[in-house]
Write a protein that binds this ligand. Structure first.
Ligand code: FE2
Length: 334
């Protein structure tokens, strides 16, 4: 796949102080000052992953999609031009500002500014989280996922799948229309929700520890109206998460325990059980759709819909289970 990962994202806002407090104090990002008009956040070894730019109007957003090298960037530019998409080769000054080797820019059919780049700069100093968290799961999975609202899914989906080469992971038609796309083993790096309006819905960041998310939830609960979506677990990527309202008009989803998929053998399916196994009361949904979502969760509870937790080395301890033979082996060894 040409596009390897969601490398960075940028948002226009004049509320840099609020963003700094929110990003560091709640989410756990590291703030890096870049003068009076730009606030950058680190979340790993890279020099920046998220930028808040005073020079960009509120509501404006950009997404940096990563490719392997200069050859891959040229090939992507050629593919875009063949599909009659206007491409700009951005100057060195912008590449320096993005902390990458080189980039091109273009727009998706919903008007989002997209950038494709290679060669992210790595910081000499280690990542220092804004509050005490275990860290963010990034690496080859990218910074997380971006979810956009769109007027109509079809033309936007055609662009991402046919021109950029994204793979459809799965989709739901109820209680709202949402399509999920992967570019690597992360279940989705992009999703589109059909709301009738082009905009930004949320950005997801994934933490290493479930307790990081729980403590962020406590911090969010302490502020009036900070919670946009309550704690819950997703049906498709198995993420346990909640959504916090940012100082801008979209949300950040703080998640833990997302599944990995094998893009080579993946078959997209329609999900019929709604977006969440439990929780995720969505304040952004219209009342009638919210009622449908709640009814779907009641059905999930009635039928006992469940999925295994997705863990990695270091964040779990295997307990004795219900197998008397295996538990007996463990007892003899200790
Ligand atoms: Fe999400």
């Amino acid at each position: 796949m040409t596009v390897l990962a969601l490398g960075y994202a940028g948002f226009g806002s004049t509320d840099l102080d609020d963003w700094r407090r929110f990003g560091t104090g709640l989410v756990g990002l590291q703030a890096v000052e870049r003068g009076a008009s730009l606030l950058a956040f680190r979340m790993d070894d890279r020099k920046q992953r998220i930028v808040i730019d005073r020079a960009m109007p509120e509501g404006m957003r950009l997404f940096g999609w990563e490719v392997a090298d200069a050859t891959a960037l040229e090939a992507l530019a050629a593919r875009l031009e063949a599909a009659k998409v206007e491409v700009t080769a951005e100057p060195k000054a912008l590449a320096d500002a993005r902390r990458v080797a080189a980039l091109i820019s273009f727009r998706d059919p919903a008007g989002n500014r997209l950038e494709a780049f290679y060669g992210p700069e790595i910081a000499a100093e280690p990542f220092r989280p804004g509050r005490s968290i275990s860290g963010f799961r990034t690496g080859p999975l990218g910074l997380g996922h971006a979810v956009l609202t769109v007027e109509h899914i079809a033309p936007v989906m055609a662009f991402y799948v046919e021109v950029l080469g994204f793979g459809l992971s799965d989709y739901i038609e109820k209680p709202f229309r949402a399509y999920f796309f992967h570019v690597n083993a992360r279940h989705h790096s992009l999703a589109l929700i059909e709301t009738g309006k082009n905009g930004m819905h949320h950005l997801m960041v994934e933490l290493f520890s479930l307790d990081d998310v729980g403590q962020a939830y406590d911090l969010a609960l302490a502020e009036p109206d900070r919670i946009g979506v309550t704690l819950g677990r997703h049906t498709n990527d198995f993420m346990t998460s909640f959504y916090a309202r940012t100082p801008s008009s979209f949300m950040i989803e703080c998640g833990w325990g997302g599944r990995e998929i094998d893009p080579a053998g993946w078959q997209p399916v329609e999900m019929h059980h709604g977006p969440s196994l439990w929780g995720h009361e969505r304040s952004w949904l219209p009342p009638q759709d919210r009622a449908v979502a709640r009814e779907m969760r009641m059905q999930a509870a009635a039928s006992g819909l469940r999925a295994p937790v997705q863990v990695m080395d270091g964040n779990y301890r295997l307990m004795p289970g219900t197998c008397a033979w295996w538990d007996g082996i463990g007892e003899r060894e200790t």
